[in-house]
Design a protein around this ligand. Structure first.
Ligand code: FPP
Length: 257
């Protein structure tokens, strides 16, 4: 599997060595509305074009060998948007699932969700369960869609579960450690993201994976999500490959092993 992007500039090495790629990439896909507004179009047109960016990103990550891709597709707060926009987003999600099903199966992509998915419309819930069951054997990449997701809500429900386990006598308070809490998050069993990308110039995480991104590298770009395609992905991956992740140690310690 090659991690090589098509060269765009003669003489410049634009490749990223596979060992320098993130194992888990998380993305806050922002700027669909502004992309459409700039063109005098309805916001939904922006989400449609944003869906195409999702397709491109999934394919590229799979080809590069990135094993985990997590996308902030619909936040807990997004329910407050106009009903017509919420409905359009759910329809786009349904369309994406139907269209990409075959490709996910062929390319060993396992679909997963995090968030309060029980709040989603019935048709979307059913499509998600069906696609997750069908793709459960995918071994090459896990595509996780964060849907009706909120990080504080996730941590709160994990705390509630810990309390229930203590109350039921299944868990000693002294046994509550980071692993005990992490094991009760939606992301239990997943590696933490190594790189978090946010598009559209905003520099915040907006309640996306606050626990899991404690040591992630952040990459912010002015590019609006519908314009974020393979060249923009490769720029982000090159920036990540150039970072030194110290996890609290000094640079010298890392260099001397
Ligand atoms: C943010 O743009 C984007 C969203 C709230 C939804 C993301 C949804 C998609 C990319 C399309 C459907 C998803 C899948 C998985 C097929 P915004 O509307 O907040 O943009 P703005 O900040 O410019 O208004």
């Amino acid at each position: 599997m090659s991690a090589t992007a098509p060269p765009q500039n003669q003489g410049e090495d634009l490749t990223v060595p596979p060992e320098k790629l993130p194992r888990h990439l998380a993305v806050i896909m922002d700027g669909n509305g502004r992309w459409a507004k700039k063109r005098g179009w309805n916001r939904v047109r922006g989400h449609e074009e944003g869906s195409e960016s999702v397709r491109v990103l999934v394919r590229a990550c799979r080809r590069l060998g990135i094993g985990w891709l997590t996308l902030y597709a619909f936040s807990e707060e997004n329910w407050a948007r106009p009903q017509a926009e919420v409905t359009a987003l759910m329809k786009l999600l349904n369309r994406f699932l139907k269209k990409e099903r075959q490709e996910m199966l062929e390319r060993g992509i396992r679909l997963n969700t995090i968030g309060e998915t029980e709040k989603l419309p019935k048709a979307t819930r059913e499509l998600l369960s069906k696609t997750m069951a069908e793709t459960a054997g995918g071994r090459d990449m896990t595509l996780t869609l964060a849907l009706s997701y909120g990080g504080r809500q996730e941590i709160t429900q994990a705390a509630r579960r810990l309390a229930e386990d203590v109350k039921a006598g299944r868990l000693e308070p002294a046994a509550i450690d980071e692993a005990a809490l992490a094991g009760r998050l939606y992301t239990a069993g997943m590696p933490d993201p190594d790189l978090l990308i946010r598009t559209s110039g905003e520099q915040r995480i907006s309640n996306f994976l606050p626990w899991q991104t404690a040591y992630a590298e952040f990459y912010f770009t002015e590019t609006l999500w519908p314009d974020f395609r393979e060249p923009e992905l490769m720029s982000a991956l090159r920036a990540y490959a150039g970072r030194q992740r110290r996890f609290g140690r000094t640079g010298d310690q890392l260099e001397t092993g």
